[in-house]
Structures are given as C-alpha cells and as structure tokens.
Design a protein around this ligand. Structure first.
Ligand SMILES: CCCCCCCCCCCCCCCCC(=O)SCCNC(=O)CCNC(=O)[C@H](O)C(C)(C)COP(=O)(O)OP(=O)(O)OC[C@H]1O[C@@H](n2cnc3c(N)ncnc32)[C@H](O)[C@@H]1OP(=O)(O)O
Ligand code: UBL
Length: 267
C-alpha cells in the first residue's frame, strides 16, 4: 500500500524533474557548444579582420545545430529575398533559439543588430565582432540612434543588409510585442525595402516558462518586401504599424495551421 502511494507521488515528480533536467542540459549545451564553435571560428575570421563576409563562416558553423536538437525548419517565401540591393530584415524574437532560424535563411552580406552585452559574451562576442555584428547600447538612446544612422550609410556604401529584431527584446508571450521604430528609420534613411520574416511559435517544443525543450518543427516565412522609396521620417510610425500588421497576420495564420499541413499557394 505504502509502496503504491510512494510510486504514485514519485513517478510524476521524477517525470517533471526529468523534463526540467533535460531543459537545463539542452540549454547549457546550446550555449556551451556555441562558445566552443566560436573558438574555431575566431582564427578563421581573424584572417580577414572585421568583415561582414565572416558572417558566412559563422552561418556554416552553426547550421548543423538544428540536427543535434531535432528541430525541423521549413522555409517559405525564399523568392522574396531575390533582391540585389540592400534591405532591412525585421523578424520576431522569441528566444536565443532564433539563431537557428536566422542562420537557416541569412542572406549574403547581412549583419544583425545586437545588444552591446553580447559583445562581452566571451568567444561568441569576439566572433560576432569579427563578423561585423552591429552593437547598440540600449541604455543610451542617442548612441543607439547614431549607430543606426551610421549603419544606413554603410548599407549603401558597402552593399550591406541589416537584420533587426524590432521587438527589441526576447518575447515568449506567443505574440508580437509593440515594435520599436529604429529598423524602420534605418530603412527610410537608406531608402531600402523592409523584408519581414516571421518564425512560427516554438510553443509545441520549447518553453522557457515550463522548462520544456523537446524536438519539433518551426516554419520560417519570408514575406514580400515593403518599399520605402520616397518615404520620409514622418511616415515611419505608419510604416512600422503596417509591417507589424503583416507579421502579426502571418504569425496568427502559422499558429492555427496544423503541423505538417501546407496551405496552398505559399512556398
Ligand atoms: C560559430 C560561432 C558563432 C558564435 C556567435 C554566434 C552568434 C552569431 C551572430 C548572431 C547574433 C544575433 C544577435 C541577436 C541579438 C538580438 C538582440 O540583441 S535584440 C536587442 C537589440 N536590438 C534592438 O533593440 C533593435 C530594436 N530597437 C530599436 O529599434 C530602438 O528604437 C533603438 C534604436 C534601439 C532605440 O531604443 P530606445 O532607446 O528604447 O528608444 P525608442 O523609444 O525606441 O526610440 C526613441 C525615439 O527615437 C526614434 N528613433 C529610433 N531610431 C531612430 C533613428 N535611427 N533615427 C531617428 N530616430 C530614431 C524612435 O522612433 C523614438 O521616437 P518616437 O517619436 O517615439 O517614435
Ligand atoms: C567569459 C564570458 C562568458 C559569457 C558566457 C555567455 C554565454 C553566451 C553563449 C553563447 C552566446 C549565444 C549567442 C546567442 C545569440 C542570441 C542572442 C540573443 O538572443 O540575445 C538576446 C537579445 O536579443 C535580447 O536580450 P533580452 O531578451 O532583452 O535580454
């Protein structure tokens, strides 16, 4: 009788504990493996010095991680990246796992904008710096804005694309936070299109809150570019709302799709 009670209490506890334990191990390995890969990437990148072409090195070194974690990534809308000129990519930001979706589709000569703290993340920070990642100080708005204005010039002069997470922070809520306007100011200043990218919710396989990390599938949708030619800074709020609306529609649509079922017309 007592044995039965102990089993009834212990098994669910052990089960819960093993899910949590698995989560922490998988997250620790994720960060540790990236830090280790960066040790290999640094000398390769250092040959060229700080250069956006080094982003290719990081991309190829990170592409296999999805297989280690059993995450299937399906990409739709590749054709929307077929633009020769620079553009600003904006995407939703759920977790550090976004790195996998980002590396899956990262276009050539494209650098992300990241918080300055990432520069101090040991070997990963140095690898990011060598690959030309643009660091901003979120605590100093003026500094951040001037770095982004510089980025607008660099985009045109050096033919560089920029990837921004307009939510400005990781968001586990299963929707989109209000967008900050920096990415849209950047696109208007450089007069280049904004290309929205939406990554489907990870909730089926990953949750920081529930400490869950299983295998699963994520869809990444590249939406058609939104032109900014002729727009002025006064149009930025409107542009921001329009792009967020498009992304929210795509995100909601992807969230209601049954996994594995492909809707007609979108590839
Ligand atoms: C093999 C080994 C590999 C190892 C390495 C592996 C890594 C590989 C590389 C991958 C790296 C990926 C890194 C991802 C990291 C992601 C992040 O860090 S997300 C966090 C940082 N990103 C952002 O914050 C971007 C979005 N934020 C913004 O756009 C913000 O607007 C801001 C420019 C940062 C300023 O923010 P804040 O200080 O909060 O101020 P706001 O209220 O937003 O703005 C104030 C005011 O200013 C206007 N404004 C904004 N930008 C401009 C501009 N460029 N020009 C003019 N005006 C601007 C804004 O509109 C506000 O005015 P308003 O009247 O209220 O509209
Ligand atoms: C010797 C120092 C060692 C430091 C160890 C740090 C461990 C970090 C290890 C690997 C870095 C992995 C790179 C992942 C890139 C994704 C970054 C990311 O997602 O940043 C979060 C940022 O967008 C928003 O931050 P907040 O949600 O506002 O917070």
């Amino acid at each position: 009788m007592w044995l039965l009670v102990i089993c009834l209490v212990a098994f669910p506890l052990l089960y819960e504990w093993s899910i949590t334990f698995k989560y922490f191990c998988k997250m620790a390995f994720y960060n540790g493996w990236i830090l280790t890969l960066a040790i290999l990437a640094i000398p390769i990148c250092a040959v060229r010095g700080r250069n956006v072409e080094n982003m290719k090195v990081l991309r190829f070194m990170l592409l296999h991680i999805k297989y280690l974690y059993g995450i299937k990534i399906e990409v739709r809308g590749w054709e929307n990246f077929n633009i020769k000129e620079p553009y600003v990519v904006v995407s939703n930001h759920q977790s550090s796992l976004d790195l996998l979706g980002m590396m899956e589709i990262l276009p050539g000569r494209c650098v992300p904008i990241a918080k300055r703290e990432l520069m101090y993340a040991g070997t990963a920070g140095l690898a990011c710096w060598l690959a030309g990642v643009i660091f901003i100080n979120r605590k100093k708005t003026d500094d951040a804005i001037s770095v982004m204005s510089e980025a607008a010039e660099t985009m045109l002069k050096e033919d560089v694309r920029v990837w921004v997470f307009p939510e400005g922070t990781r968001n586990h809520s299963g929707s989109l936070l209000p967008f900050k306007r920096g990415a849209f100011h950047l696109a208007v200043q450089a007069q280049v299109p904004v290309i929205p990218v939406v990554m489907s919710s990870y909730k089926d396989f990953y949750s920081k809150k529930d400490r869950k990390f299983a295998t699963g599938k994520c869809t990444v949708r590249i939406l058609p570019g939104v032109p900014t030619l002729g727009l002025s800074p006064d149009d930025v709020p409107d542009l921001t709302d329009r792009v967020r609306g498009l992304m929210l529609d795509a995100f909601s649509q992807m969230s209601t799709e049954r996994p594995g079922k492909e809707p007609g017309g979108i590839h």
